[in-house]
Design a protein around this ligand. Sequence first.
Ligand code: ZN
Length: 74
Amino acid sequence: MDQADIHAMCNAKNALENYPEKDRNPVYKSIISMINAYLDTYCKHRVIVHISDDDSREYTMSPSYCEKCQKTFS
Ligand SMILES: [Zn+2]
């Protein structure tokens, strides 16, 4: 798989983020931020831009995001 390490880190991050934020201790939080740093450093971002064309013919753009690490870009 392309960038399997990124995929593994994303899975880990998603699992960690299921735990309530208020119950996370500083070490727990630092692990999440280390994963974020890893993703930022090593993900070759593939950014997806969503443009929806509704009935009023106005284009609305939602934040684009990386399909690999889910990072959002504004
Ligand atoms: Zn990415």
